[in-house]
Unconditional design. Sequence first.
Length: 411
Amino acid sequence: MAENLVLGLDPGSSHVAAALAERTAEGDVQIIGVGLVPSAGVYRGLISDLGAAADAMRRAADAACAMADRPRVSRAVIGVSGAHLRSEVGVAEVSVPRPAAGVSPEAVRSALDAAGAAVAPETGRERVHVIPRSYRLDGSVPLRDPLGLCGRTLEAEVLVVTGDALQVQNHLRAARHASFEVADYLVTVRAAGEAVLTPEEREQGVLLLDIGGGTTGVAVYDGGHLFHLAVLPVGGDHITHDLATVLRLPVETAERVKREKGWASPLLAPEGSFEVPTPSGLNRREITVKHVAEIIGSRVEEILQMAAAAVKRSGYTGLFPAGLVLTGGGSRLQGLDAFAGDCLNLKARIGTPPGPLAAEPEMAVAVGLALWGARAVPGDEAEARDEPEEPAREKPARTGRIRDWLRALFH
């Protein structure tokens, strides 16, 4: 039945991905169809052409519905991205109406609302998510769930994610322009976490990097909650353009070189060479795999450096016992997990959604969006929302120093 079907739509800078989730009568959720089409009308995570973006959304959704042999589904959860998104911490304390009777759901909601309101968005910005982080009763130690516990005052700490109101509305408008009913919307890195992280990783402490075409999402999870979120204005497309510029290649050729010959670091790249066209296109020339890896590695180090700095600014003091999870289309670089893990002094893995249909990192966001929408139960999510110059390239000789700096941030 149509009411049991939810589409997740991820309008990325490189691809638009769609995933169709079905909720069974028993309450289980499974992905039954996926679609992936070249992106159009999206630049660095932002909608740049309403009609083109809407058309790409329709084509991705049609592909997912066709795979599942279902009629077109109109209800969708939309991914929102862009470097305009950022997170802040809100804290507030309320009195418990009947201390001896224990904390009620109403008291928890009141504390969360007050904590969310403690962060006043700047003019032109709106709240996208208000996510519980922890609670305290009478100033005690942090609690995960205060329901039923006795106390006089309840303090809530929340993570408030805000974004440029017009940019958020552009995402929703593109979806509506494509004739979709927007059931909900999530920041894409949060959606990716829904698809690729295990409950154990969220509990222990894990760093998630969702490397897309135009942006990289950074998410810190600890104690089962999202602790920090940021979106960096750099992604896999920047690597492609670096290759195109340095090697003097057409962007399409540079993208193919990245996918077929690219390694995250010259330290991991094998010996060997291959041919590419000369700038005139009349002849062929030889390029070594290690030279390509040197170009790629400089940009990868920059992304890791920016992610490490974002974590440091968040105030997170843990050591990420569950390590680092990399996902998104940009995580396909050969050797990226090993190199990033070495740089950040963390065990690392590539995160892919479960199941045979969508087990590719570029599908993580779309699958997470679909799962979120299919699992949603009114009142189940304790969250409030208001209505709706390129950096200088590092030379390979500096690799060791940058890696040491990155590792130092996690000690």
